[in-house]
Design a protein. Structure first.
Length: 152
């Protein structure tokens, strides 16, 4: 084996062993949601009692208590319970920086964007960029242990 063959085989071997690592590292960006914490998607449907008020069902109090957040992928919402006030807080699921899905980080009590590191407080305000806009907030309420959010 000459020097050229040795380096060709070495390069090919290095590339072949690196492919699984690269695929694993990139797979988080190939999934439907880029949030750091995966929770079940809630089935959203209009409130049958008062459809004119614009509130939609996004989940239950029990779901929120179990996972710490409700992700409604259909309407692109994240709902948390503000740890400072214990009130519901609902936000657009997409980071205003480049549209990646955000997620609630209970240990730091912040909403984070895994793509570029933007961080938001429990009221949607900016803690850390690169975003220059806060998260869009929506009114939320609880009725009969069901959580509703008003879009628009």
């Amino acid at each position: 084996m000459n020097r050229r063959q040795f380096f060709n085989r070495l390069s090919l071997g290095t590339l072949a062993t690196s492919i699984p690592i690269i695929i694993g590292a990139c797979s988080q960006f190939l999934t439907s949601s880029k949030s750091p914490t995966q929770t079940p998607q809630s089935n959203s449907e209009p409130i049958s009692q008062t459809p004119a008020d614009g509130f939609i069902k996004v989940g239950t109090v029990e779901e929120l208590a179990q996972s710490g957040q409700i992700l409604d992928l259909k309407h692109q919402l994240i709902v948390i319970r503000n740890p400072n006030t214990e009130k519901l807080a609902a936000f657009d699921l997409n980071c205003p920086h480049q549209g990646c899905s955000v997620g609630w980080e209970p240990t730091s009590k912040t909403i984070i964007c895994p793509c570029h590191g933007s961080r938001f407080n429990s009221e949607g305000g900016i803690i850390q960029g690169p975003t220059v806009k806060p998260l869009k907030a929506y009114p939320a309420r609880i009725e009969n242990q069901t959580i509703f959010v008003k879009l628009g």
